[in-house]
Design a protein around this ligand. Structure first.
Ligand code: FES
Ligand SMILES: [Fe+2]
Length: 352
């Protein structure tokens, strides 16, 4: 094999439970994940509970005004504090036997325990996780040694500074999907523009091929490109300039002069991901450009559906085992090469 055509990571890594277990430990646990928006947690008691890789977690705005995150795991016998979703509560009351915690994580009451059965409440606070916010997005991280959020985002922060910040725009909706494929199948696809003209015919028509010039930044920790939609197809949803980013392992950001979207790709199982894409828009600027925010979401959803469909078909083929590995083009698939190298770097020393 030529040095100039790197080999893909092995097919078995796209479905193997052992690989997924290593990824949980050595990739998912070590990075930041966008799991909520700040406006969802604006008032005391507001919470968002979700599953982050294998970990059920909950973020809550506590009575002191601090955003806190916890494993959604009771200290008694691991019951859930709340069901996945959004809500508001003064205290967490475990769904199993009713142990009660304040929303700063302190155990308050253990109903039903009799004299002589009491425990030291202070020893049974909830397990905390790290929470940090940037640009209206709320991130969680499970590793106390991981870098701070802004360091993890790195040059994305200054590079996005020329675009409007999300709190000057209106939150405009979300797309939530579950994909029947491995998170890397989607990551491989997201990091290259090679497939665009075939898979996204409308999008491909509105962008020049040279405009998918995806480049690695910071040793491939993120890949991105400057978007300059030319509206060759007359599609008014895509006018203007922007900056698109894939930040390893599961964050996509798309900044433009009048809108922003953020997408979180959360691995749930070897063959399952949860994908959420949130949209913010400056209606005035969009109106000035004759762009309909509604149409923008519809168009974005179409592109997402096209990506998800091709990823499902690729995953189905990977699962057959007929294909072991392939080759990547250093010119067309440089982002995918960096994405796969980060996966290899994280896992290789832990493989027997
Ligand atoms: S598991 Fe929570 S009260 Fe029993
Ligand atoms: Fe795509």
């Amino acid at each position: 094999m030529s040095e100039s055509t790197p080999t893909t990571i092995p097919q078995s890594w796209y479905s193997c439970a052992d690989i997924f277990a290593l990824e949980n430990e050595y990739i998912f646990r070590k990075h930041w994940w966008m799991i909520a928006r700040e406006d969802q947690l604006a008032n005391a008691g507001d919470y968002v509970a979700t599953t982050l890789a294998k970990w059920p977690v909950v973020i809550i705005h506590d009575q002191q005004g601090i955003l806190r995150g916890f494993h959604n795991v009771c200290r008694h016998r691991a019951g859930p504090l709340v069901r996945d979703g959004r809500g508001r509560c003064t205290d967490f009351v475990c769904q199993y036997h009713g142990w009660r915690y304040d929303n700063s994580g302190n155990l308050l009451k253990t109903p039903g325990l009799k004299a002589g059965e009491e425990i030291d409440l202070e020893e049974f606070s909830l397990f905390p996780i790290r929470i940090a916010c940037w640009n209206q997005m709320v991130f969680a991280c499970l590793d106390s040694d991981a870098p701070e959020l802004l360091d993890w985002l790195g040059d994305i922060v200054p590079r996005s500074a020329r675009f409007p910040v999300n709190n000057t725009m209106e939150y405009h909706g979300e797309i939530l999907k579950t994909g029947a494929f491995n998170w890397k199948t989607y990551g491989d696809n997201s990091c290259e523009g090679y497939h665009v003209s075939r898979v996204h015919r409308n999008l491909g028509d509105s962008m020049g091929r040279e405009e998918f010039n995806i480049k690695p930044y910071q040793n491939g920790e993120f890949v991105g490109f400057d978007v300059s939609y030319s509206s060759k197809s007359g599609d008014q949803t895509r006018d203007g300039k922007g900056f698109w980013v894939y930040k390893f392992p599961g964050l996509l950001l798309h900044f433009s002069e009048y809108a922003c979207n953020a997408e979180s790709v959360i691995p749930i199982a070897p063959n399952q991901v949860q994908i959420t894409r949130w949209f913010w828009v400056d209606r005035t600027l969009a109106n000035e450009r004759n762009i309909s925010p509604e149409k923008m979401i519809t168009s974005s959803a179409q592109v997402m559906d096209e990506d998800m469909e091709i990823c499902s078909l690729v995953q189905r083929n990977l699962n057959t085992g007929i294909y072991q590995s392939g080759h990547l083009s250093p010119r067309e698939e440089v982002g995918t090469i960096y994405f796969q190298q980060l996966v290899r770097n994280a896992l290789e020393k832990h493989l027997r």
